[in-house]
Design a protein around this ligand. Structure first.
Ligand code: GLY
Length: 336
């Protein structure tokens, strides 16, 4: 077992120089993402996940690799930890419900060679990522949704799980009074765990799972289960995943765009930023909606970028674990 180094939260260099609004910064040297230009290319295994909840997911994924599991096992079992944390309001059955009070779950998984499985609009299953993997491995299809996915999951040995969380129900009932959908940057929108990983032999895989946007319309599916949007893996190039407002990510085929930019030689951080800038260009009126991408290239270099500040990625390597702040286009004043 590897020694785990003390958790290190890096400070954001140069935050004083940040500007508000979506005006791209004039030089790359002024921006926090510059730290990504010194990538942790250790040549060993690496696991990267979205947000602080990625730290516990990474720890599990790392232990799977450490014990000889495959990188696909690692990304599945890593994110399962977050799905099974019923205190998490954006992933798994503890998630915020839709406007009709139902928690509906989306997930996908993809391996080094592009094989993929996904489920969407799945209710009452604790670990949708494992159902997604089973879809990949046991069916000729990529995605199953809704009642069909649930029926198939039961037939294939997955148990239903019913949970009721009083505080979640109370919050939904309070929301019903106004019934106004209003995303909140980095709160309602940090709605996904995406994980990309590479083992010591250079094999890659990724996973992505979420309860989606809080108080969404019943039936809405976001980017997280959509290969190319919430996640894309091509072991010849690298992997990327997304978090934030799924509609914006889907319209840009976000994770696929990031990987294709890396294929053309663009650095991981720049590939993420270019994809964020495309979203902003197409949506100049966009306010208070977060999207973040993270990318892992096949040599271990990685980077991330977001519309708003506050998007962190959890990184685990032989050197230890870190929560690394991403570059961003806009500052955010909490509570405004
Ligand atoms: N990014 C997750 C969602 O929009 O559902």
């Amino acid at each position: 077992m590897n020694d785990r180094r003390e958790f290190l939260k890096l400070s954001v260099a140069g935050t004083a120089a940040l500007v508000t609004g979506c005006t791209p910064r004039s030089t790359k040297e002024e921006i926090p993402g510059v730290m990504d230009r010194d990538p942790m290319t250790t040549g060993g295994a690496i696991v990267i996940s979205t947000w602080a909840h990625g730290m516990t997911a990474n720890a599990k994924a790392w232990s799977v690799l450490d014990q000889g599991g495959s990188v696909l096992d690692a990304v599945e079992h890593g994110v399962r930890v977050v799905e099974s944390d019923f205190g998490n309001r954006s992933v798994g059955l503890g998630g915020t419900p839709d406007r009709d009070g139902f928690v509906t779950l989306d997930a996908c998984i993809q391996d080094h060679d592009g094989r993929a499985g996904a489920v969407a609009f799945l209710q009452r299953f604790e670990n949708p990522i494992s159902v997604a993997r089973a879809v990949m491995e046991r069916t000729p299809h990529v995605m199953l949704v809704g009642i069909g996915a649930e029926r198939w999951a039961i037939e294939n040995g997955f148990d239903r799980k019913e949970i009721e969380i009083p505080e979640v129900r109370k919050a939904w009932q309070e929301w019903l009074v106004e019934s106004e959908y209003r995303p909140v940057v980095n709160i309602e929108n940090h709605d996904t765990i995406g994980m990309v990983a590479m083992d010591a032999n250079g094999r890659m895989a990724g996973s992505c799972t979420t309860s989606g946007m809080g108080y969404k319309i019943h039936g809405r599916v976001g980017d997280s289960p959509i290969i190319g949007a919430g996640l894309f893996v091509d072991g010849d190039v690298g992997a990327a995943c997304a978090t934030g407002v799924g509609e914006l990510v889907i319209r840009t085929a976000g994770s696929h765009t990031v990987v294709e930019l890396m294929r053309q030689g663009v650095e991981p951080v720049d590939a993420c930023r270019e994809t964020v800038l495309r979203i902003l260009k197409k949506n100049p009126e966009l306010e208070e909606m977060q999207v973040g991408f993270l990318a892992l290239r096949k040599d271990g270099a990685h980077g991330a970028w977001a519309i708003y500040e506050g998007f962190d990625r959890a990184v685990r390597t032989e050197q230890g674990e870190e929560l690394v702040p991403s570059g961003f286009e806009r500052t955010w004043v909490r509570g405004r």
